[in-house]
Design a protein around this ligand. Structure first.
Ligand code: AHG
Ligand code: MN
Ligand code: MN
Length: 334
């Protein structure tokens, strides 16, 4: 019989490797896991309980919100704002920094999250997810502002994401490799099923939204053109293509079988400067991808080295198998 480690055991063991640990990060990780279990349950039942539709509102980026965007944001806030591990939160769905209520203790961490990634996939029953990034609250700060969140991705203490797909999975890094857990729905525990995930250095699979092709810059045009032509265009192999429109599903695929994922800089009026948000999409995924041996760049700079200009800043993202991402970076340098 398989006797896998639970996420709870894993967190306790990680904590014991650091004698100075106060248990705050462990507590926070457990809180996030609880929130994600609740979200998994809600996503799974959304059709039955009638919460799978469009809400009558837009978020800070002017995107139409789904009912579940709002509900999952509330689940995250309600699970995290009273346990004493956080000093403040930032969410894709809320313009301002979310403060901890005055009657609750404040902790030493900050979190930025995308409560429901890929929410355009909700009504068609494809994978969605939750992405999070944990930072330290600067010393002595009791009411964090946007300025306190503007830390480079290299400062992250922990990053992770959940995918609500055929199974619910949690992928985590604290800077010591990447581990994957599967939710055992019967017991309500995440089980360590994918220890030490690594991204193969080479790949023959790319993921990009081809409908934006006319808006891309020349280096990306060149790279994708070469992938499509394959052995007839100078590459040593033919390429396959995927596009799920859920970053969580795409990064999970890259972590398991390699690949490159691109949401590049484009001139499309709605996504100028890139579509994905630095602090709760690009940066946590960059931490995970690098920890698994991959590369994550805008094409011009390492995503983890970007100093954020704002909590909802967008950046271009090119991530995945090392040799392919480095090839794309070299096309940007030529
Ligand atoms: P969100 O649902 O949180 O707004 O994020 C969706 C993101 C990302 O998950 C995905 O890779 C991308 O947007 C898809 O964009 P297109 O619809 O432009 O392909
Ligand atoms: Mn998202
Ligand atoms: Mn989202």
């Amino acid at each position: 019989m398989n006797t896998h480690k639970t996420l709870t055991q894993y967190i306790v063991e990680q904590q014991r490797t650091n004698p100075q640990s106060t248990g705050d990060l462990s507590g926070l990780m457990n809180d996030i896991a609880s929130a994600c279990k609740k979200i998994s349950h809600l996503v799974n039942r959304s059709g039955i309980i009638g919460i799978g539709g469009v809400a009558d509102s837009e978020n800070v980026q002017g995107e139409v919100q789904k009912e579940l965007d709002i509900i999952t944001n509330d689940v995250m806030v309600d699970h995290l704002n009273w346990t004493g591990h956080l000093a403040a939160m930032a969410s894709e769905e809320i313009e301002e920094i979310i403060q901890i209520p005055d009657n609750q203790p404040k902790g030493k961490y900050l979190i930025a999250f995308d409560p429901l990634d890929g929410s355009s996939n909700i009504d068609i029953n494809l994978s969605v997810g939750t992405i999070f990034s944990i930072l330290r609250c600067p010393e002595g700060v009791t009411s964090p502002t946007v300025e306190d969140f503007k830390q480079k991705g290299t400062e992250q203490v922990c990053a992770g994401f959940c995918v609500y797909g055929p199974t619910t999975m949690m992928i985590l890094t604290t800077g010591n490799g990447v581990d994957g857990f599967t939710l055992d729905q019967d017991v309500g525990e995440f089980i360590l099923t994918h220890p030490k995930m690594t991204i193969p250095e080479d790949t023959a699979e790319f993921a990009i939204n081809m409908s934006n092709q006319r808006f891309w810059e020349p280096p990306v045009q060149r790279y994708i053109d070469e992938c499509i032509k394959g052995v007839d265009g100078g590459r040593e192999k033919n390429f396959n293509m995927r596009w799920v429109a859920s970053m969580v599903a795409e990064v999970y695929r890259v972590l398991t079988r390699g690949g490159v994922f691109l949401y590049p800089l484009d001139t499309k009026p709605t996504t100028q400067g890139g579509k994905l948000r630095l602090m709760y999409e690009a940066s946590p995924m960059a931490f995970i991808v690098e920890q698994a041996g991959g590369v994550c760049s805008t094409g011009r700079e390492r995503v983890l080295d970007i100093t954020p200009e704002g909590v909802h800043q967008r950046v271009p993202v090119i991530l995945g198998s090392k040799n392919e991402v480095e090839r794309i970076i070299s096309y940007h340098q030529e």
